[in-house]
Design a protein around this ligand. Structure first.
Ligand code: ZN
Length: 691
């Protein structure tokens, strides 16, 4: 009997087939003496459309809501159905005795495989390949220690629940809002609270009024000191007061009345999980969250030099420690080699900040796999991102940075000035720089001026060179970048004013590391937020949506709690039926709130195009074939036209548009006109309206 191996996509399937010695094969699979390897193309099965439950759900009507199927139905995705039926036929082969799930080792990957098994009615035994690297070595080891398939039943349950919850909440709230206000609006379980956080920051900025304040600074020989009140405050809120302080201190002599030195051990930062890497890459490389994920995916899957991307752990397990020298050796051809070599000459004893079995659940932190890193095989983005991964990996294995920090107090007449300085005693992890350049002698360097030179000793005199008043202004909170937004999505607790509630979601975020990039992209593509340089800001459309959505859905509490419960379902400590009945109840409640709302929709009429039929604004969006169209805002109008792509040729109208145009022409025609051009008719109609 042979085993059927199901991979997530063709490229990964072919890698597995190579390692398993499967060379023969037809379209869509590869076969060897022991295994038959086949692959999905991402999801091959999806949740059925509302129309499947009842054909009247094909049209959007407020009175049909909420739509709450008792049991969710699934369907084979048409576009890739050929591959689905191929897998099904392989499952039916009499020489296949075991199925090995080898899809992506995470919640979505589990769902990809289980839904195929469900719709293809696989009844035989199954096992799970669970690996964190795509190297040949890791694949071989993984097949040598396959897990029991049912060990991941909880994960499958959680994935099903998440899909059902997104479908139920998203579909009902989106339809309810759109029908109620006759406008295209889209809301969802995760995207709406995320949008709300961006909008709240914008409101804080709008309501912010900068306050002027003054500081007094003194130049003492080689360093500046800042004036402080006896209570320690540096800001003065009147210019006169500041001038008075400056005058009182001018022409005086300075005495050092205190010098406090403390030695600080600063441990290296933690290794990367996906969110931390996305944040860092956004700050240092300007990458979007999505770009970091797709680049990391390629480093993992294609180049096999980085470990599993969709992880939420920043640690490795104790049994991985013996693999560390091999991972360091794999850096031989990179500019980090001198630093790696230096680490290899010492015994590696990583501490609890890197090795912690309790903090690794499904996958460990993102680190090099141990396959040789060959920078010339990487494109520029891959190289930049891999450099971040390598740098952090070397940092976590290095010793702490040791600094001496000092605070000096200087008295000039009756006024006190303070200054802070620091001196690096041991560079430790901070000596590993982005480009892998090392100090030639490799020794820790004493006395590197960091921010300030050493201060004069206590009791000594210092020369007052000048005393100056500075006018400053308080700054509004900054807009989110993708990096900072990922941070608050991971930990939205600070948006919750109720302390008990805040504690209850302490570990719950909005979305998961694997889904956050897509959520941000979705809000962008819905035109609810836009990029301004590196920052994100809500559009007027986004603000309009939030004004109409039930408040509960705009707060992170609900979603963060649901996310926590999904995690418990994955662990097997909560029943999915309980969760889904709460989702249904909440949806009933949300729909009722929208239906009974007395809110009025008041669009900020955007500059752009107006609908030739009803005068509502037109919005650029993608139709279901992915083509750019201008669509009328009003749902009941439904007018659409293709966007002129600037090529000089606009896309010929599709079947639906032709039909719609005919309808419009007949509506606008008065029988005396004989032209068939829709544009002319509209112009004529508008002229008549004005008369
Ligand atoms: Zn219209």
């Amino acid at each position: 009997m042979k085993s059927l191996v199901l991979a997530e996509k063709p490229s990964v399937g072919k890698d597995l087939a190579r390692v398993l010695g499967c060379r023969r094969g037809g379209r869509g699979y590869l076969e060897g003496p022991e295994y038959v390897v086949t692959w999905a193309m991402g999801h091959l099965v999806e949740l059925a459309d509302p129309g499947t439950y009842d054909s009247r759900y094909k049209t959007w009507k407020l009175e049909d809501l909420p739509i709450l199927p008792k049991k969710m139905k699934f369907k084979v995705i048409k576009r890739t159905s050929r591959q689905f039926y191929l897998i099904k036929s392989l499952m039916k082969r009499s020489d296949i005795g075991l199925l090995i799930i080898a899809t992506d080792a995470g919640r979505e990957g589990e769902l990809v495989a289980r839904l195929i098994m469900k719709l293809a009615s696989w009844k035989g035994p199954f096992k799970r390949l669970w690996i964190s690297s795509q190297t040949s070595k890791a694949i071989k080891e993984g097949f040598g220690s396959l897990k029991d398939g049912h060990a991941y039943d909880g994960l499958y349950e959680a994935a099903l629940c998440r899909g059902a919850a997104d479908w139920i909440v998203g579909l009902n709230v989106t339809r309810a809002l759109s029908c109620k206000y006759d406008v295209r609006l889209s809301a969802g379980r995760v995207q709406t609270p995320t949008l709300a956080m961006i909008a709240q920051r914008e409101k804080e900025r709008e309501n912010f009024t900068g306050k002027k304040y003054w500081t007094v600074k003194g130049l003492f020989g080689k360093f500046y000191g800042v004036w402080r009140s006896p209570e320690g405050a540096a800001r003065l809120f009147s210019r006169e007061e500041a001038v008075k302080v400056a005058e009182a201190a001018s022409n005086g002599e300075g005495f050092v009345t205190g010098l406090k030195k403390t030695v600080k051990n600063i441990p290296p930062p933690l290794a990367y999980d996906l969110t931390a890497l996305q944040r860092e890459a956004n700050i240092r490389l300007g990458f979007s969250a999505k770009k970091t994920l797709s680049t990391l995916q390629s480093l993992y899957e294609r180049h096999k030099i980085a470990t599993y991307p969709r992880t939420d752990s920043r640690y490795i397990t104790a049994d991985m420690v013996p693999t560390l020298p091999g991972r360091l050796t794999s850096l031989k051809h990179t500019s980090f080699w001198p630093a790696a070599q230096k680490l290899l000459t010492q015994p590696l004893v990583p501490g609890k900040r890197f090795v912690n079995d309790a903090k690794v659940t499904e996958h460990h932190a993102v680190i090099p796999t141990g396959d040789p890193v060959l920078p010339e095989n990487l494109d520029s983005d891959e190289r930049k991102l891999m450099n971040l991964v390598i740098q952090r990996f070397l940092e976590v294995l290095s010793s702490p940075l040791v600094k001496e920090q000092s605070v000096i107090r200087i008295k000039v007449r009756n006024e006190t000035f303070t200054a802070r300085g620091e001196r690096v005693i041991k560079r430790g992890w901070s000596s590993i720089s982005g480009e892998g350049e090392q100090d030639s002698d490799g020794e820790d360097i004493e006395d590197i001026p960091y921010q300030m030179t050493t201060f004069p000793p206590e009791g000594s005199h210092v020369k007052v060179i000048e005393i100056k008043v500075h006018e400053e202004i308080t700054k509004p909170p900054s807009r989110y970048t993708e990096g900072t937004l990922l941070g608050v999505m991971e930990n939205p607790a600070r948006f919750i004013s109720n302390t008990a509630l805040r504690a209850s979601i302490a570990s719950g975020g909005l979305g998961t590391p694997a889904t956050r990039a897509d959520i941000i992209e979705k809000i962008l593509s819905n035109n609810y937020i836009e990029r301004e340089g590196k920052t994100l800001r809500p559009t007027s459309r986004g603000m309009e949506l939030l004004a109409l959505v039930p408040e509960e859905l705009t707060l992170p509490v609900l979603t963060a709690r649901w996310e926590q419960r999904l995690a418990r379902i994955a662990e097997g400590s909560e029943k999915s039926s309980l969760f889904l009945s709460e989702i249904r109840d909440k949806t009933v409640h949300l729909v009722r709130e929208i239906r009974e709302s007395t809110k009025k929709y008041t669009p900020v009429l955007s500059r752009g195009k107006k609908c030739p039929l009803c005068g509502q604004p037109m919005l650029e969006r993608k139709d279901k074939h992915g083509r750019a169209v201008f669509a009328c805002f009003a749902l009941s109008c439904g007018y659409e036209e293709p966007v002129d792509t600037g090529s000089g040729f606009s896309r010929p109208p599709g079947r639906k548009e032709k039909a719609l145009n005919r309808k419009l022409i007949s509506r606008y025609s008065d029988h005396s006109e004989s032209t068939s051009s829709f544009g002319d008719l509209v112009k004529a109609a508008e002229k008549r309206k004005k008369k």
